[in-house]
Design a protein around this ligand. Structure first.
Ligand code: SF4
Length: 417
């Protein structure tokens, strides 16, 4: 079967059935296993085909922010056509995975690198990009080098090693790292799709997003939507870890319940007291609510979203406040130190959480943590302060009774981060 990256009607007849799509070619799939499973994807420049299928699919980014993939591509295409002086676009596959509790991108790059490469090539053709980059964590470089060497259509793809920091995967940090080797976010008043790498229109897509693009290019938007629901169409990769469980990655439909995902991962919900959803900038969901669907719509009442697909488990004997205090300290230390509110505010927030978790504080600490968190939102060049403040707010709400117990010195649980 051959499909084109744009221009013709995709063919869903040989598409993978069921929710195992991204790993359908098996473990460590080489180029021949990849093509036997999915068929050859002929990349053709221009034409409305893939753009229309992406719109139909409803695919949203899988890196955390959850933007519409079609809209983002439109923005880059518009920037290219608006230019007085022509400058071709750049497409970057972002596999930095700075989120400590996520291994989904490295797992995808190891087992299905050719889907990511196909998606990168198809997206580049769609926006007329002349340069492509694969920005990868150190552990995935070997698999990517081998995959690139297996094919003849990867000449214009440059492999770049990502820094191992929490914010190395933030889109403007990715562009900075490729441009000057410094993986720090920049204060952006202009979108990257307008002016990014060397002032060119730049698309930064998470590697899982690009792998889905490769499948949509072959099998179409309607096929993609045959799993999942509404704004959470298709499948997503999820990393389950914590509570002494073996870290593992699952591909699940967009409408899967958290409890069903844990069951599929071999985890009994009876050993879990809460789950941190989305990553270290995520939201705590208490054990009583684990039947909630891992989707944007279902998590919205909790102030959460699927984010980078992280499900970090809190065991029954662990203290959610102590774990949150440890994570907040880690996030404070990961501040790039460029913005005062982030550098000093996150340190102060971590200290407040440590005092609450230690049980030696007073009742004013909770109010102070809430006030400080709110004052940090929107005060950084990137979303690091917002995400950290959101985590703290979520902990104070999800573990409200534990806060009371701590402030009267009654916590008997432990921290295990
Ligand atoms: S908000 Fe924090 S992490 Fe983001 S750019 Fe500023 S100092 Fe760096």
């Amino acid at each position: 079967m051959t499909a084109t990256g744009s221009g013709t009607v995709p063919n869903p007849t040989s598409a993978p059935e069921g929710p195992v799509r991204l790993f359908a070619a098996g473990a460590d799939a080489g180029y021949s296993a990849h093509r036997e499973t999915y068929g050859h994807l002929e990349i053709v420049k221009g034409g409305p085909g893939l753009r229309a299928e992406l719109e139909r699919s409803g695919l949203e980014g899988r890196g955390g922010a959850g933007f519409s993939t079609a809209r983002k591509i439109d923005a880059a295409r518009q920037s290219v056509s608006d230019r007085m002086f022509p400058a071709s676009a750049v497409v970057i596959a972002n596999g930095a995975e700075g989120e400590p509790r996520s291994i989904k991108d490295s797992t995808l790059l190891r087992h299905s690198p050719h889907l990511v490469i196909d998606g990168l090539l198809a997206t580049a053709a769609l926006v007329g990009a002349s340069r492509m980059y694969l920005y990868s964590s150190p552990e995935s470089l070997g698999a990517l080098r081998s995959a690139l060497a297996e094919r003849r259509d990867t000449r214009r793809i440059t492999l770049v090693q990502a820094k191992e920091t929490f914010i190395s995967g933030e889109a403007s940090a990715v562009v900075n790292a490729i441009e000057n080797g410094i993986a720090l976010p920049t204060d952006r008043t202009v979108r990257l799709t307008t002016s990014g790498l060397r002032a060119r229109p730049t698309l930064v897509h998470n590697v899982e997003t690009l792998a889905h693009v490769a499948l949509i290019a072959r099998f179409g938007g309607d096929w993609f939507r045959s799993e999942g629901v509404g704004g959470d169409a298709g499948t997503r990769l999820v990393t389950v870890s914590g509570a002494g469980q073996r870290e593992r990655v699952l591909e699940v439909p967009g409408d899967a319940r958290i409890s069903d995902i844990l069951e599929a991962a071999g985890v009994s919900t009876s050993v879990v007291s809460a789950v941190l959803v989305g990553g270290y900038h995520g939201t705590w969901i208490p054990a009583d609510d684990l039947s909630v669907v891992l989707s944007k719509a279902a998590l919205a009442p909790y102030g959460g979203r699927p984010g980078a697909g992280v499900l970090f488990l809190l065991a029954r004997d662990e203290c959610g406040l102590q774990v949150t205090a440890s994570i907040t300290r880690y996030l404070a230390e990961e501040s790039a130190g460029q913005c005062g509110p982030c550098l000093y505010g996150l340190d102060a927030l971590a200290t407040l959480m440590e005092r609450i978790a230690s049980g030696r504080g007073d009742h004013g600490l909770r109010r102070e943590a809430e006030r400080l968190g709110l004052s940090l939102i929107g005060r950084g060049s990137c979303h690091h302060p917002d995400g950290t403040a959101g985590l703290v707010q979520s902990a104070l709400s999800a573990f409200a009774s534990d806060v009371e117990a701590h402030l009267t010195g009654r916590c008997r649980r432990t921290a295990r981060v």
